[in-house]
Design a protein around this ligand. Structure first.
Ligand code: ADP
Ligand code: MG
Length: 394
């Protein structure tokens, strides 16, 4: 079972590449689901098929789905929201304000991920190709499980305990609608889903991200940052797909300047992403819409290679032990020392790059050790933990 997230800046060709990959994978015998989490409904256009919130069969072995985040949200979050809304209502907060408070940014997208997780564990598919929203939203989405599990682990249990104790009293004293325990149960099941999503996406044997770029300066700059953030959250990038490369047969002098610009950028991509396989795809002379064209495209892109396998074959994250010291190692390329912050708070280790922060709840084996060093070297961050302190006998 493989999950392939196709991501990149807006307009680079994510949907087209995702759909092409799915068609080829199905042609080659995999049972494939292509799922779009992008609210811009362009997957259906690329495939030239109708798609709904529930997956439908497009070709033998190929199913497609346009996840409707709003209906997913209503389904999973509805009861929780309704109850909390009552409290707001009681407090005189208008419906719209309350709604804004309860549906935090990325909330709807989270349910799209829960949907992907559900399919991944259904046993019905060998590969799920996810056509993601443009990078900023996707990164927010992919960092959500991390942020939410932090929240759920700390805030929810305490709130639930307090409410259990206070409910009888509150109901007697006031007419404040107090959340029922089943609200917490619903939240708990969302939390469990989030944990499963995290386990699925951070497993490099299962999930890989493919970054689509064009040989253009702004696109490459953004791709480098995306690559870093994906690494930070432990998502392995197994390939960079360089789309819209001017083919050699274009000899019109009008494009000479373009060709030389692209040449420079292609070199930058090759050196910047040297660790990851890069696949080039030409600018076609046609709109790449419909199954047949997508098939042509993906055959050119992957050739004899298996479109589903993990191209990189290595994890962005490693823990090694040597001479009593433990080293946590992760690839965070394109980061300057000044942008990276590593700090520890109790049993947690925090890594911050730009606006994104990841917390690691340290396993027991590391909890008692001191962080002795954190060093960034050629795109790899190594955090060293010293030996387990030995207790002196009295
Ligand atoms: N290599 C290519 N050659 C020609 N047209 C392409 C190519 N890649 C993408 N396109 C076209 O570019 C447009 C935008 O692509 P799309 O996949 O929707 O981008 P994104 O999902 O990244 O926003 C579509 O009309 C698509 O058919
Ligand atoms: Mg798209």
């Amino acid at each position: 079972m493989r999950v392939i997230l196709v991501t990149g800046k807006g307009g680079v060709g994510k949907t087209t590449v995702a759909a092409a990959t799915a068609v080829l994978a199905a042609d080659r015998g995999y049972r494939v689901l292509i799922s779009s989490t992008d609210p811009a409904h362009s997957l259906a256009d690329a495939l030239d098929q109708k798609l709904g919130d529930v997956e439908s069969e497009i070709l033998p072995r190929l199913w497609g789905q346009q996840i409707d985040t709003q209906s997913q949200l209503d389904r999973h979050w509805g009861s929780i929201r309704d109850q909390i809304m009552q409290v707001f209502d009681w407090g005189g907060v208008s419906g719209i304000e309350a709604e804004e408070f309860l549906v935090f940014p990325g909330m709807d997208e989270l349910f799209a991920l829960l949907e992907v997780e559900r399919h991944a564990t259904s046993g019905r598919y060998d590969a799920i190709i996810v056509d993601c929203a443009p990078t900023a939203e996707t990164l927010r989405l992919l960092s959500l499980p991390e942020v939410l599990s932090w929240y759920f682990e700390r805030v929810m249990p305490a709130e639930r305990r307090i409410m259990r104790a206070a409910r009888p009293l509150l109901t007697r004293l006031t007419d404040l609608p107090v959340p029922e325990d089943n609200v917490f149960q619903a939240a708990q099941s969302v939390f469990e889903g989030v944990e499963k999503v995290k386990a699925l996406l951070a497993n490099p044997q299962v999930t890989s991200a493919r970054l689509v770029v064009n040989p253009e300066k702004m696109v490459i700059d953004e791709a480098r940052r995306t690559f870093t953030y994906l690494g930070l959250f432990g998502y392995g990038v197994d390939g960079v797909i360089v789309n819209r490369v001017l083919p050699d047969i274009v000899s019109d002098p009008y494009f000479d300047r373009w060709r030389s610009i692209q040449k420079g950028h292609l070199e930058a991509i090759d050196s910047g992403f040297a660790d990851v396989p890069r696949l080039r795809l030409r600018l076609f002379d046609d709109e790449m819409v419909g199954i047949d064209r997508l098939r042509t495209m993906s055959e050119e892109l992957y050739g004899a290679q298996d479109p589903v396998r993990d191209f990189a074959g290595h994890s962005p994250f490693r823990v090694t032990e040597r001479g009593g010291e433990v080293t946590m190692e992760m690839k965070v390329p394109f980061v300057d020392k000044g942008e990276l912050d590593v700090f520890r708070h109790g049993s947690e280790l925090y890594l911050q790059v730009g606006p994104y922060r990841r917390s690691f709840v340290l396993p027991d084996t590391l909890r008692r050790r001191q962080v002795t060093r954190a060093k960034l070297d050629k795109g790899t961050l190594r955090v060293n933990f010293g030996p387990v302190p030995t207790r002196k006998k009295k």
